[in-house]
Ligand binder design. Structure first.
Ligand code: FAD
Length: 259
């Protein structure tokens, strides 16, 4: 397989740096081709602005959506954005690896998503009609590819359990897994999460790489999270509300996961 690892940690000697090195070696030893987007090393430009297009539509008023759409459709995107989109097209599987910072991804990775996920590429794709609300949530440019999060967290695992103080990890990761990965079409594999990072020592590192190694060895076999497809009948269109006969009375992120 072709595997893209998008990696966001500023320090190569960090735990994340070691996990990244382990991941690349394990995948390459298994015969996969791997590309790494090491965002800090690349000095990735995080903010969307007018310089993202070589020929902006309107030099008086910057509209992020319209400029992104125009630049993507006309081959005018800045080279760094186009290169990352090419890597996404090349990849069969994409891994996003990052430390949990303030209950989400580091800003540099969010900035990668915002700029690389252009209008016409990751959103604004497909027909909009009474029966089909765009190619998204299970359809889209990245359909047929797999994605997985590798996340490290300082907090204890219990803090992220269903009744834990931080909120369930599945809920915290929902905007990334469902909103960022499933939306443009990825099949999303269950995340790999390392908790209590400050406790990791040599023995802990060996244990975590053993677990991670198993996940990497089974990337193509692991069943994805069964998010419901938007255009397959579970949602009323255009309201995009789950049909009342499905899980009646239930609400929350988990209702968007089927059997
Ligand atoms: P490091 O600090 O580099 O390493 C952790 C431990 O692993 C160290 O003891 C180190 O010695 C050891 N180690 C590293 N490499 C190896 C190796 N090869 N072999 C053996 N041992 C090794 N946590 C939360 O739970 N929720 C949050 O919302 C949250 N927000 C944060 C916000 C910010 C701005 C920051 C800075 C931290 C936050 N944290 C949060 C904690 C954060 O998630 C952890 O600090 C991070 O995940 C640790 O990853 P690291 O790669 O930086 O680890």
């Amino acid at each position: 397989m072709n595997i893209l690892l998008v990696y966001a940690h500023p320090e190569p000697k960090s735990l994340n740096g070691s996990i990244k090195n382990f991941t690349v070696k394990r995948l390459e030893d298994s015969g996969h081709r791997v590309q790494v987007s090491d965002l800090y090393a690349m000095k990735w430009k995080t903010t969307i602005d007018a310089s993202d297009s070589r020929e902006p539509l309107d030099s008086q008023r910057f509209d992020p959506y319209l400029e992104s759409q125009h630049a993507f459709a006309n081959g005018l995107q800045s080279q760094d954005i186009a290169a990352e989109q090419d890597k996404l097209r090349w990849a069969d599987t994409v891994i996003l690896q990052f430390p949990l910072w303030w209950f989400s991804m580091p800003a540099i990775l969010k900035g990668w998503i915002e700029r690389v996920y252009a209008s016409g590429f990751a959103y604004g794709v497909g027909e909009h009609s009474d029966r089909h609300w765009g190619d998204r949530y299970g359809e889209g440019t990245l359909a047929g590819k797999r994605a997985m999060l590798v996340v490290t967290a300082g907090g204890w695992e219990s803090h992220y359990k269903p009744r834990g103080i931080n909120g369930p990890i599945d809920d915290l990761l929902f905007p990334i897994q469902h909103g960022i990965l499933y939306y443009p079409g990825f099949d999303v594999l269950p995340p790999f999460v390392v908790y209590q990072t400050h406790k990791v020592d040599e023995a802990g590192f060996n244990q975590l790489t053993e677990r991670l190694g198993e996940r990497l060895d089974t990337l193509s076999l692991t069943p994805p999270i069964a998010y419901r497809q938007q255009n397959a009948g579970d949602y009323a269109i255009p309201e995009l509300v789950l049909r009342p006969d499905i899980l009646p009375g239930k609400t929350g992120f988990s209702v968007h996961i089927g059997d």
